[in-house]
Design a protein around this ligand. Sequence first.
Ligand code: BMA
Length: 306
Amino acid sequence: MKRRLLNKYEKNPIITSEMMPEEVLYTFNPGAIKHNGEYIILSDVTMLDDIHRLWVLRSRDGYNFIPDPGPARWPEADPEHSETCTYDPRITKMGDEYIILYASDLSQNDVRIGIVKTKDFNTFERISVASELGNRNGALFPEKIDDLYLRFDRPFGNELNPCFMWVSYSPDLVFWGKSKPVTYKGKPFHDGHKMGAGAVPIKTDKGWLEIYHTVSTTCNGFIYRLKAMLLEPQDPSKIIGYTRNFILWPEHDYEMKGRVMNVVFTCNAIAEEDGTMKIYYGAADTNIGLATGRIDELVEACLKDE
Ligand code: BMA
């Protein structure tokens, strides 16, 4: 058996559109977290009107999920900003609340980071819609640093200057600033054609462990794959080390064929008490797979930094 840092569950895909109580096109790229002993998935679901809505699924064991009867009752955005699609949610626990950063689509090219909170995944309350257009892949850190919230985000780039990860700070989850690029050895870090935060970072005794996506170009389009990086505990804009090799990549039909081919994409990594992690990843923007790994092995791989 070849050794991998992340191993895929043999019964993947773990969630498909057939499991949903209504006819839907795709279910993918979920946020995921444990709440009151339950695994909660907040999945992108593309409905028959082609709009991405968020939908909660719940599980006692992390393998068998039951969807809620309908999509999450998502709070209205502010009056001058009507959201069309909501997708790629990342859930962070802060005290007794869960803060969800997600991509809020005004139109195909006008995306910004919306912020909503919940205590129970039944009712959701809006905190803010960030002011700046052209930003997504927001992932809130699970604790403040120097009394400020901080998040990864990913301002849009262009063909000549492809996008990559940044860190921004906020006193209140409404106003964001002090933005700076994530750097490696003092320089803005680029990996692949473009890249962005994946999971909500996990705190370890060696630094922040972040699972991120990196995008390669081929003559037939993009390939989305995952890697890991470790960031400085007090200044997570600085990379300590990262994996040169991919840790998750499309290889099976359910990851290679679908709405968008050749995509594995994550918005979560759940740290378990036994030192393992579970990643519920989007596969081909169509299904959800489960991959598991050991946190210490991922940290070691980042520390090797080669
Ligand atoms: C990214 C995001 C993800 C999606 C990926 C591949 O830009 O929009 O939601 O999974 O593209 O299509």
